[in-house]
Ligand binder design. Structure first.
Ligand code: ATR
Length: 269
């Protein structure tokens, strides 16, 4: 191997369970560019984030995927943050453009592409449960596509703030009776991650709905299982993960991602 490989990284804390490295490396292999790109992970404690960002430049790292808890904090250390990431208020992708670090957000694309495989979003009534980072990206994407969004969140203040920012409705999490009439239901909380819990009462789900769970571990969350039992269409968390990675792949390599091969891998995570 004579070429110097371009290095991409996932950073987070903890980072152990991140699926992004394998997903990108599968893409490099499928395109036969694994001698040009390699994707690794690095655990970065919050107090070391600034140094880590300097290290991106120092080491000439090509791209960095940013995960919890750094998505907001990292913005202040970058040379530029694109308009969309600014609106969302979070960066999940950093590109090193000849020493200039530019922040992007591909999470919203991941959510929108995954949903648009099932339906057109314009005019659809969508209930989004949660008001954290994932929810912000999803709500941005949905409103951009003309969906009618109502946010439900446990902490009222945070939920109301997000709703106001994106001109959406807000409801308390204990008052979700009305979501039976919604076209699309999205879990953007951490409820169900490696646990057998669902944030939504099964009785509120029905066969006319599309139910999307951002959680990808486990793949078949309690919410997804119950939605299927009710005859609803489902969108898996891995689909959002996949399509946000596809967008990152383009930003890092300048090439179209091999979606089929990456999907085959992602669905079996
Ligand atoms: P992420 O960036 O992954 O979205 P986050 O910013 O920590 O993570 O947001 C987590 C979301 O899950 C929040 O909306 C949180 O509700 P609060 O704003 O009330 O904290 C929601 N959440 C987490 N645990 C929850 C639970 N047990 N019940 C309901 N909502 C929960």
């Amino acid at each position: 191997m004579s070429n110097l490989q371009k290095i991409c990284l996932s950073i987070g804390y903890p980072i152990k369970s991140s699926k992004s490295p394998s997903l990108h490396n599968v893409g490099y292999k499928a395109l036969g560019i694994e001698d040009q790109f390699i994707y690794l992970r690095a655990q970065v404690k919050p107090e070391n984030l600034k140094m880590a960002v300097e290290g991106i430049k120092g080491l000439g790292i090509r791209g960095v995927s940013v995960t919890m808890p750094h998505k907001q904090e990292i913005m202040k250390y970058l040379d530029e943050v694109d308009e969309t990431a600014k609106k969302i208020g979070a960066v999940n992708t950093v590109v090193n453009d000849d020493g200039k670090l530019i922040g992007y957000n591909t999470d919203w694309v991941g959510a929108v592409v995954a949903l648009e495989k099932k339906t057109n979003l314009k005019g659809k009534k969508v209930a989004v449960i949660g008001a954290g980072g994932a929810s912000r990206a999803i709500v941005y994407g949905l409103t951009k596509k003309g969906a009618k969004v109502k946010i439900f969140n446990r902490s009222i203040e945070k939920g109301e703030e997000l709703a106001k920012e994106f001109d959406c409705g807000f409801g308390e999490i204990g008052e979700m009776r009305e979501i039976g009439d919604y076209n699309i239901i999205i879990n953007a909380t951490s409820v169900g991650m490696n646990s057998d819990e669902s944030p939504i009462d099964k009785e509120l789900l029905n066969k006319n709905q599309i139910v999307f769970d951002v959680i990808y571990s486990p793949k078949e969350t309690k919410l997804i299982k119950e939605a299927k039992e009710k005859g609803a269409k489902v969108v898996y968390g891995y689909e959002m993960l996949l399509y946000q990675a596809v967008e990152q792949f383009k930003l890092y390599t300048g090439l179209e991602a091999p979606v089929k091969e990456m999907e085959e891998f992602a669905k079996n995570l």
